[in-house]
Write a protein that binds this ligand. Structure first.
Ligand code: C5P
Length: 253
């Protein structure tokens, strides 16, 4: 059997050539990195959980008409995706102050923001993915004004969907990052959600206890990362609850 062609290897995933033109196979690794890869580890089982979680979120988005690259899950670690031309920007949506926003503006972590805030960072590891203004994006041609408008609309729809899904299982979506890519259909281009949506790229806080159920567990050495991700997956009904039925918490506020 011929060895399949590796297209790209990133920090947490590998892309292989797909079975049909315009498709790729996305493989989820167990590697965890933080602080621009200054902190690294291999967390057994993380890739399997993120494959399932990203499938769950992307399938939900596809079904409400928010287009994503997700086509189908192939196995425990791989999914078939549409090949896209990635826009070199990380799109961050924030509902609560945390991370670099809290640090940059001296906000208390956990403070509710007056409205969702969308930020763009240039995807460039050598520069540490710096925050960029729309002015930079247009001037340097990373995306057009139309792309920016579409990206903003997509990001806010993802935020509404993800916030609602999480709220339903007692989790607050503090913030998240998505990547967006272009697909070409005839003479037209369309923007779709790409990469992954998983606890690696979201901040998820238990509504009742404030417990962190995302990559901050790894960043800040707060315990087992796979336990946190598995808790999210169990609440969403993606993996079974051992020996007992999950009871939905009463949601206040
Ligand atoms: O670090 P910061 O507070 O800017 O992160 C905002 C959100 O974007 C967090 O949910 C974080 O996990 C995510 N993020 C990411 N990849 C990056 C930078 C941020 O997934 N390179």
């Amino acid at each position: 059997m011929a060895r399949r062609k590796k297209i790209y290897e990133g920090k947490a995933k590998i892309l292989y050539e797909g079975p049909e033109p315009g498709t790729l196979v996305q493989y989820f690794k167990d590697d965890a990195t933080a602080f621009n890869a200054e902190k690294k580890d291999v967390i057994e089982g993380k890739g399997v959980l993120n494959n399932r979680l990203s499938e769950y979120f992307m399938t939900g988005l596809n079904s409400i008409g928010v287009p994503t690259h997700f086509l189908k899950r192939l196995n425990m670690r791989e999914q078939l995706i549409r090949s896209v031309e990635i826009i070199p920007l990380e799109v961050i949506v924030r509902n609560y102050a945390a991370g670099t926003l809290a640090k940059r503006l001296g906000l208390e972590e956990g403070a509710a923001l007056p409205r969702p805030i969308v930020e763009f960072c240039l995807k460039d590891d050598n520069l540490g993915d710096p925050l960029v203004a729309e002015e930079h994006i247009i001037a340097f041609g990373w995306a057009s004004q139309q792309d920016l408008d579409d990206m903003l609309a997509l990001a806010l729809r993802v935020n509404d969907f993800m916030s609602g899904v999480m709220f339903g299982v007692g989790i607050r979506l503090a913030d998240f990052k998505i990547e967006i890519g272009r697909v070409f259909e005839g003479d037209f281009q369309r923007l779709i959600i790409a990469d992954e949506i998983s606890p690696d790229s979201c901040r998820l806080w238990d509504i009742e206890t404030g417990e962190k159920l995302d990559k901050d567990v790894f960043r800040r050495d707060l315990g087992s990362l796979t336990d946190a991700y598995a808790e999210v997956a169990r609440r969403l009904g993606i993996i079974p609850v051992p020996n007992q039925q999950y009871t939905k918490p009463t949601l206040i506020n």
